[in-house]
Design a protein around this ligand. Sequence first.
Ligand code: FAD
Length: 465
Amino acid sequence: MNIAAAKAALSHLELDENPVSVRAKSRDFFWYSPVLKARLDHITADFVVAPRNEAEVIEVLRACYAHDVPVTTRGAGTGNYGQAMPLVGGCILHMKNMAAVVGVHPGRVIVQPGCLLKDLDAACKAHSGQEIRMFSSTWATATIGGFIAGGSGGVGSCTWGALRDLGNIIRLRVVTMEAEPRVLEFTGEELHRVSHAYGTNGIITEIEMPLAPAYDWVELFVTTQTFREAAQFAADLGNEPGILKKLITVFEAPIAQDYFQRVAPYMQPGQHLLALMIAPHAMDGFLTFTARRPDARIIWRTDWPDWQREPGPVFEYGWNHTTLRALKVDAQITYLQVRYAAPDHLARVEAVRAAFPPGEVMQHLEVMQEGGQTMFAGLSLVRFTTEARLDEIVKIHEELGCMIFNPHRYTLEEGGRQTVDDRQLAFKREADPKGLLNPGKMIAWDDPDFDFAGVYAYARMQVAG
Ligand code: FAD
């Protein structure tokens, strides 16, 4: 790795060598996990470069390839799995200057990867009253490139499913890490080579995404007396095709009472909470749906604001914002990502609730569509004690038939389905022959015989101190 030679070759570009800001740009939200915090806190790159266009991306990759310098791409660094952390140092490729909306068309948008989700939505709305189908709850801060390379779904997934589902990404333009980088365009099956690949096998330089009509969504909080009623409300609402919605989230008590300061005064002890986004023209259907459930009570509507202090966007209570709000109050809180598949999702959640002592695992559910069915993604809050107990909690979930996407691991495989994605591996062999893109994140590349018995420890990781 010849850092000095690479920097010299790139000195005419926007380069950051200040150790303090380089370290800041080498970090993401890995610290949500006490396991990752213990292992990755010392990680830092050697320099940051922010290309202004695709030609500069090619220049960076060509120079880093020539001098054996690893490259880790950064959108906004809001990922939770340490995805954007340069485990062996080297170069951070910061996409902040490639943020243009290239063109908005009926039903689709073409955009550069560094565009913030909120800016993309604003451009589509201003152009023709359209919006992106789904976004991570970090809408205000995260980039579209980071969402595609590191995220999975979010606000909108209760109607549209996950990013990986057919039709939710239209086209990706990708630059390879070779002596002479190539520019490739992927659609269809080929999208899976690089979507959710943590930038381990190519740099995304242009994205085409589908759009939906934009609405002034009515945001609501609803309470129920029992958790079962809240979960059933969410599952049933997810199954109402005529009621257009963008968010259905369930919080088991005492999540809202303990962690949602502006909501808590309007709730009774023991009540459970739902956060919802409903299209204005669907409100009549929604109110009829709710009236059929005498236990459910609307406590907040954005179209009837009557609280002294407005709570802010309801989606900033859901998805991984729930964990953030809890962590701000209680540093012992961490989380798990759980898949409660249909058709047994309600029963599985109840089985998990019964398996833990009160307060150790608190249910936070997000309704999603999967294969035409409503199911739950759980982002359960977990009161952390030890790594051994956390592993036990994971195991108990798995024994109860739930799949865990473990957010306490930094590799693609351990954070995913624990299997090698052959398409991603095959494309890495072709597009990154020296293994310089985001090293240490793809086990299949480094250690194909790994048995997933314990935490994967990347042998070349930067040493602390
Ligand atoms: P980064 O963190 O910068 O990057 C993510 C990954 O993508 C990294 O591996 C990086 O190397 C790679 N990458 C970035 N840009 C490119 C590129 N152009 N080409 C190739 N690789 C690239 N995630 C969800 O899916 N849904 C949620 O609702 C959600 N809510 C969250 C809430 C909070 C409070 C937090 C902290 C995180 C949440 N996340 C969620 C995780 C994260 O915010 C999202 O994945 C987000 O969209 C990442 O965007 P980013 O720009 O910050 O990407």
